[in-house]
Design a protein around this ligand. Structure first.
Ligand code: FES
Length: 241
């Protein structure tokens, strides 16, 4: 007898003719995922995170970084009285606008300035000074002021809208024929009377909000210079007088 092991015969498995192996259905070709879109999403997320980090840092940046100061939550350091312009400058611009028939473009005869904060401060502290169109006068200037004849013809307001703090357009929303001139906010249409900055239309009026803060002025008759000396009210809140 041979020791050689014989291989164990394996039963042959033949598929039953009645049981068919399921034919694998043709898989629809999966659309190739555009790699560029995944990269775009990632880039977007990374960019958004980076931007929010920058904003968070900028919000607490020291005032020594003027270009970031727009996000500073605290008012910057106040400056003292500021020379704004001269009566002659305002009056000449006004008269040129009148002769050009352009009374509704106050940029022809207005000045925009920052007071009482430096020009590097947030635009929320930006103010406008204008020579009022004749025969309008500023009702907030006392008739007993020795320079009434000049200062009553000048108005200076903070430009931060008391509704939701957009910057009021220093261009007028004039009402031709009515003799009334207004400052208008570009965001929701609040309008402020030019002579006293009281809201007369739009949400600032509907909600009974306060007039724009007033820049108090002094006039030097020797030089003709007009200086901003104080701010009556709070930017974005208004004044109470
Ligand atoms: S922010 Fe000026 S009208 Fe709304």
């Amino acid at each position: 007898m041979s020791d050689e092991k014989k291989p164990t015969p394996q039963p042959s498995v033949t598929p039953s003719p009645s049981v068919k192996a399921p034919a694998s259905p043709a898989q629809p070709a999966k659309p190739a995922i555009a790699k560029t879109s995944a990269i775009s999403r990632r880039a977007f997320v990374v960019g958004a995170l980076g931007a929010s980090t920058l904003l968070a840092v900028a919000a607490f940046a020291p005032p020594s970084l003027p270009s970031w100061n727009i996000l500073n939550p605290l008012p910057p350091t106040k400056e003292g009285p500021t020379l704004v312009t001269s009566w002659n400058t305002l009056d000449t611009k006004y008269k040129n606008a009148v002769s050009a028939g352009n009374l509704y473009s106050p940029s022809d005869y207005s000045e925009f300035f920052y007071f009482p904060y430096p020009v590097t401060a947030s635009p929320y502290y930006k103010n406008v000074i204008t020579r009022l169109p004749d025969p309008l006068v500023n009702p907030l200037v006392s008739s007993s002021d020795p320079n009434y004849s000049i200062l009553s013809k000048v108005a200076a307001w903070n430009l931060t809208c008391v509704h939701l703090r957009c910057i009021v357009n220093p261009g007028y929303a004039g009402n031709p024929g009515s003799g009334e001139f207004r400052l208008q906010c570009p965001c929701h249409g609040s309008q402020y009377r030019l002579t006293d900055a009281v809201p007369v239309a739009g949400p600032a009026f509907d909600l009974g909000l306060l007039p724009l803060p007033r820049v108090k002025l002094s006039y030097d008759s020797a030089t003709g210079n007009i200086t901003a000396t104080d701010l009556d009210g709070t930017a974005g809140v208004g004044r109470t007088d």
